[in-house]
Design a protein around this ligand. Structure first.
Ligand code: OVV
Length: 402
């Protein structure tokens, strides 16, 4: 397809499989190659363009009129292929639809709503860390990074108790579906099994508790801000984007501290740095590594002419370690001002749940800080390969008490 359209362009061509298992297991080992190829490059295997430098990735995210989301933010082009599920009314839309749904959701996930939940979320984090400390040797991913969001997030939405484990396999498959139909994707699809059906049921008004963010979305529908069907699909966004993202954000952050004990010591000496830690953790190891956009018109970036209707893969994780933007980018340094990182994206689609994620991460840190002197790696972390997420399945650690 697109191969025929690039004969005149001076576009650097890359043959690396950016969704291959080696790349997904260690994206950072490949990022310099894709960043240094040029401001824009062509990925021959998939017939798509890519950008991996901070300047170009953030400029593309800002220019939503040219780099659109309504044709899907994965490899699949919704203009020519049927989406695997009805498109998200937030992620996979452009203005004006996007702005209407986003405004509604911003009102549900408000600062006021979060302030009300904070004491409860902190108490839950404290209680969980207390039980883990008694065991000392724990799995930082399953026992903490997964257990904590699964404790607090489903009740916040108002989800049924039964079947919450479906959230994990559903999110894994959802984030894989942004990539090609490789084995990573098809295996997770098979593992998800009935999860999609459970999620569809859980999003229905009748199955949500009377109070919670799910009910709040339906209340917005009652007030005329959206239709009942739209409300159902907006609740689906909470379930799709609200669990695996925070789990891996917290998991990758714990991993960063386990690998950098001096940074943990620094944080304990200066607890006021807590507010900065999660941003640096996301910069250093971004949960969401990539998303696509599709060009709505022919556009020139650098001296490369990208045709209309091209898929463009944006490497958030690579931009977050771009030496053109960051000093000593490979260093995890909690004193760094990491603002401007693309771990939450940028522009009109920038993460709706970022305050939720920050509050979860801070609650975990606040629970650990006074109780844990050192986070010691006791075994090899286990990666879960995913076409979009940089994810851990296991992180064997010892929590050394105060
Ligand atoms: C950011 C994100 C990821 C996955 C799904 C969705 C959003 C959604 O809105 O469904």
């Amino acid at each position: 397809m697109a191969v025929a359209t690039i004969e005149s362009a001076r576009v650097p061509t890359i043959d690396i499989d950016v969704f291959g298992e080696e790349f997904l297991a260690d994206p950072y080992g490949y990022h310099a190659q894709v960043r240094d190829a040029g401001p824009v490059f062509y990925l021959r295997k998939y017939g798509i363009y890519g950008m991996a430098r901070h300047a170009e990735v953030s400029a593309a995210l800002k220019d939503w009129q040219t780099f659109i989301s309504s044709r899907g933010v994965g490899l699949s082009d919704f203009a020519t292929e049927k989406p695997w599920r009805p498109p998200s009314l937030l992620l996979e839309t452009d203005p004006p639809v996007h702005d209407r749904t986003r405004r509604l959701m911003n009102q549900v996930v408000s600062l006021a709503a979060l302030r009300k939940l904070q004491p409860l979320w902190q108490a839950e984090a404290d209680a969980l860390v207390d039980t883990l400390l008694a065991r000392r040797n724990v799995d930082g991913v399953t026992d903490l990074a997964q257990a904590y969001p699964l404790r607090i997030f489903p009740p916040t939405i108002g989800l049924p108790e039964e079947g919450r484990e479906n959230l994990l396999s559903y999110a894994m498959a959802t984030f894989n579906a942004f990539g090609p139909r490789n084995r990573v994707f098809t295996d997770s699809e098979a593992a998800a099994g009935p999860a999609a059906a459970w999620v569809a049921m859980a999003c229905k008004r009748a199955n949500l508790s009377a109070s919670g963010w799910g009910a709040d979305v339906y209340a917005a529908a009652d007030a005329g801000a959206c239709t009942e069907d739209e409300a159902e699909r907006l609740v689906r966004s909470f379930l799709s984007a609200g669990v695996d993202t925070t789990i891996n954000g917290i998991g990758n952050m714990l991993h960063a501290f386990a690998r950098h004990p001096e940074q943990w010591a620094k944080l304990r000496a200066q607890p006021s740095l807590v507010k900065r830690v999660f941003d640096e953790a996301l910069r250093w190891d971004s949960t969401v590594q990539t998303f696509f956009r599709t060009t709505s018109r022919a556009v020139t970036v650098g001296d490369v002419a990208i045709p209309e209707g091209s898929k463009v893969l944006l490497f958030f994780g690579a931009a977050n370690r771009d030496p053109r933007k960051w000093d000593d980018p490979e260093r995890f340094d909690i004193e760094r001002v990491a603002s401007g990182h693309l771990g939450f994206g940028f522009g009109i689609h920038q993460c709706l749940g970022q305050m939720v994620a920050r509050m979860e991460a801070e609650a975990v840190l606040n629970a650990l800080l006074p109780r844990v002197r050192r986070i010691e790696l006791t075994g090899e972390p286990v990666r879960i390969l995913n076409n979009t997420l940089h994810a851990l399945g296991s992180l064997p650690i010892a929590l050394i008490p105060e």
